[in-house]
Design a protein. Structure first.
Length: 279
């Protein structure tokens, strides 16, 4: 700056030219140029769409058509698959017991398929209400020694995938699956080892809200001799290392969790490769 001059008086004024492509097509392009640009955009658009579809196949997009088909197929398994596939007569539980011990469970009773009106305690019924109730299937198993009994349930909901995700999120955030006042009810069949398996005999339980199928899987276990349980414990705690409660020491958390896990796996496998519709 020269001595005595005013600051900024000699600052050059700079302006930026309007870039091409923002609304105006250069004259040199003309009609033919515009056609070439449009064609290039179409090709680019198709490439992006194709890439997105291929990507969804490769990563197993939960909203892809395959996932939707599997979800819909799972929702109809309660009336299209034989009970022996949903609840096998015998279930092998290798490593499912305490300390990785093997278990074998035998089905001793199957409840008639029903609605949910009287199948759950009021608070659990209220918690499950957002998912709706299409059908409820239940079966009760006993271990090889007939010391324990466990009821496994499959609640087929009326919810879509978004509804099941919301229900799962709520159960997870609020810890609903671990609350003793939200324990599932057992199915006690007369003339079986589970004849005395009532509400007061419930010792451990697990509840799993699936997000890839409109199904809630649960299991509740207890002693076969009808003894009452003062402090039932969720399977997630009863199977924890160092747990010393009576349900934990007896392995009743393992009974509930082991059976629920295997029934859930079987359900998913059947949904992917469903059986033929009964004639």
């Amino acid at each position: 700056m020269a001595p005595g001059s005013v600051p900024g008086a000699t600052r050059p004024v700079v302006s930026f030219a309007r870039p091409e492509g923002f609304g105006d097509v250069p004259r040199a392009v003309g009609r033919r140029g515009r056609a070439v640009v449009a064609a290039a955009c179409v090709v680019l658009g198709l490439g992006l769409i194709g890439g997105a579809v291929t990507g969804s196949w490769l990563i197993g997009d939960a909203e892809g058509s395959g996932a939707r088909d599997t979800y819909a197929a799972a929702g109809g398994l309660w009336h299209s698959v034989p009970v022996d596939e949903l609840f096998p007569v015998t279930i092998d539980g290798q490593g499912a017991g305490p300390g990785g011990a093997d278990r074998t469970w035998t089905r001793i009773a199957v409840a008639p398929d029903s609605g949910c009106a009287d199948a759950f305690d009021p608070l659990l019924r209220q918690a499950l209400t957002p998912g709706g109730c299409q059908r409820l299937l239940r079966a009760t198993y006993t271990d090889a020694t007939q010391s324990y009994v466990t009821t496994v349930g499959l609640l087929f909901t009326t919810a879509d995938a978004a509804g099941m995700r919301a229900l799962d999120t709520r159960f997870d955030k609020e810890g609903l699956a671990r609350r003793a006042d939200l324990m599932p009810k057992p199915y006690a069949a007369k003339g079986t080892a589970a004849a005395s398996f009532g509400d007061k005999q419930r010792a451990s339980w697990t509840i799993s809200v699936l997000t890839d199928a409109p199904v809630v899987v649960y299991a509740v276990s207890g002693w076969a001799d009808g003894r009452t349980v003062d402090s039932p414990e969720p399977a997630s705690q009863a199977t924890a290392s160092g747990a010393t409660t009576a349900p934990a020491q007896a392995g009743l958390g393992n009974e509930a969790q082991g059976l629920a896990d295997r029934i859930e796996r079987s359900l998913r496998k059947t949904a992917v490769t469903p059986s033929e519709q009964p004639s």
